[in-house]
Ligand binder design. Sequence first.
Ligand code: BGP
Length: 470
Amino acid sequence: MENKNITFPKGFLWGSATSAPQTENMGPINIGGKSETIWENSFKNDPDRYFEQRFCEGDFYNRYKEDIKIAADLNFNSLRFSISWARLVPDGINVNLEAVEFYKNVFNECKKYNIKVFVVLNHFDHPMWVMEQGGWENKKTAQDFAKYSSIAFEKFGDLVERWVSFNEPVGIIEGQYWYDVHPPFENNFKKGISAMLNLNLAHALSLQEFRKSGLSTEFGLILNITLAVPRSKSESDVKASKIADLFQWKCFMDTAYWGKFPNELYDLLVERDLWPSSINIADYNKEFLKEKIDFLGVNYYSPLRVKSLDYEPVFDESRSQVTPETHFYQKYEMPGRRMNIYRGWEIYPKTIYSILMRIKEEYENINCFISENGMGVQNEERFRGENGMIQDKYRIEFMAEHLMWIAQAISEGSSCNGYHMWTYIDNWSWINAYKNRYGFIELDLTTPDNVRREKLSASWIRNVIKENKI
Ligand code: BGP
């Protein structure tokens, strides 16, 4: 691609994504009337799962003013938060007034700086009482989620520009049921499929509540669209990539966008005896909405390269040990690929362009934005310069390359209207805890008051946003 100055459209949304469980002080002591979440419960029972046995040490709950000022200083015009369900409705019935006050304060603080507020209702966490009733495997959880959504719309509707039901619902299924990385750390394929249907339903019911609320703002969904790239053009590799797309993207995108669970995925699962007997697809399809989301958020870090299986998969009697990556396709390591070795993710910026073009071609160019993109690096202190600042040139390069491809897609008609980085201040990363750091701002956990310090990338992004160009 040609290397030149590129200007972004007027009103382009610049900012960052954050989430409640990764930044608020969720700690062992539940401040502000919050009830226990699946993460706190899991850490309490099994701290060894977590890198260096560390839980979230974020202090956003008390220092939101300072952190929002940092966002404003970076010239952000938008910022994404998630609401903690366990904080807003701790027991599923009563609204926690302290939580209402806290989130109102946070959103009003953003208004002071003309920062648009985007809110996700669920970012990988839910209260323990939800887990105790079967989590996303239980259809009732979808109804409870709709109730919680309507409370959020009523309390914060006038302060939020964009609402999102879920961040990466596929991540919930993979993490909780297939690949053993989120509590309850299960390996049970069919449970994951039940959860997939109930998450889709929860999204639809939440959207219905949103429309009922009469709010004139927008409602969308955030998906991690890795885009399955086949190793070769061979029929078997291309077929494997189509199946990977069904599991990774279309199971939520098509259901939310076209109002129907994809037939190809249903047929594939029934054929292999992998469909949960309690789920009647016709009943669910009736409940999905024909009404489309207003926008799509695209989280992109790395492409999903796949090849067909080079062995015959064995399906155990109960079908519990099945996963997409062992029974339907295999990951493919492209020779010479560029890697983020700390996270184990390939770096391939052009895929962000391909994703945006596919959204344009296959989903009527729905209004979309890049809702996460970023680079987590371990031991960043070794890049500290003489002035004490971490010289994260790799992060600047990473962003610049992705932004160039986004600009290319926009020049070819993509509706992409924003770019949010994951994330602006270093934060806690689930079972990886504080291993990899993503921020423009260093969070120094070795200091008693968690000092925030700018990295080199902070001045870079500040300038890019100011000029609206790279
Ligand atoms: C996304 C999540 C974020 C964030 C990010 C980076 O999938 O939405 O919450 O964590 O990935 O990944 P990680 O923190 O696992 O390194």
